[in-house]
Design a protein around this ligand. Structure first.
Ligand code: GLP
Length: 228
């Protein structure tokens, strides 16, 4: 069943999400986590970092696994999602073990070698994508290179100012995301309201990849702007 946790605002969302993640890490210090970038989880990662600095939480044994990346973007490019994950999650939390998403086959083998993913932390694309699994993405679709849709190019443009959004990307497959032992979907803001409602009520259908999450042990933490 899906657990739906509605919080008054984005800061309360971050506290609730940090509580959820911290509880998993306490139960299993070497938790393997698929880590979304994007705007939504940033306050959550900042709250986790605050707890680590305060000595309330240790995350140094966690394994951080990259969710998605633009094709042909180097680590030192400001648009590198790998570097965004390092800056916002890996470094502030004192994490030493990472899995970088570069080659689809070695990536899936690396995750298998970890014994699978314990937790997937996900944002919700405006068109229902997860990572860069653009609609339609069936449940068994593997890690792969793909063309971004016009919706994703438009929403991602907000991250990079003047720089163009690369047209191709690589994403952890739906196979990898849906096999995670727990999934956490974070949703903030009124612009996500319709797609969140649809992800929870329509399908499940490959036309809305996020709706397929309802087959997993899913926790949704949203703010009232995205829900009420
Ligand atoms: C982006 C990213 C996803 C992200 C999602 C939501 O396109 N590829 O990894 O989770 O869309 O982003 P945001 O949290 O900024 O709304």
């Amino acid at each position: 069943g899906v657990k739906l946790n509605i919080q008054p605002d984005s800061q309360a969302l971050a506290t609730a999400a940090a509580d959820f993640i911290a509880e998993q890490v306490r139960a299993k210090p070497d938790l393997s986590i698929l880590v979304a970038t994007g705007n939504t989880p940033m306050p959550t990662y900042a709250e986790l970092a605050r707890r680590v600095r305060a000595g309330e939480l240790q995350m140094d044994r966690v394994v951080a696994v990259q969710l998605d990346e633009y094709l042909g973007v180097a680590e030192d490019d400001p648009r590198s999602l790998w570097s965004w994950m390092l800056r916002s999650f890996v470094e502030p939390l004192g994490i030493h073990r990472t899995v970088k998403l570069e080659d689809p086959r070695t990536f899936e083998a690396d995750i298998a070698a970890l014994g699978g993913l314990d937790l997937a932390i996900l944002g919700l694309g405006p068109n229902g994508h997860l990572g860069f699994n653009e609609p339609p993405s069936p449940a068994d679709v593997p890690t792969r290179v793909l063309e971004l849709t016009p919706e994703s190019l438009a929403s991602n443009a907000a991250y990079w100012g003047e720089l163009p959004v690369p047209k191709q990307a690589i994403t952890a497959g739906m196979d990898i995301i849906l096999a995670a032992r727990k999934t956490l979907l974070l949703v903030s803001g009124a612009h996500k309201r319709a797609v969140l409602r649809s992800a929870l009520e329509d399908g499940p259908t490959p036309d809305l990849p996020a709706s397929l999450l309802r087959r997993t042990p899913l926790t949704v933490i949203a703010d009232e702007a995205a829900w009420v």
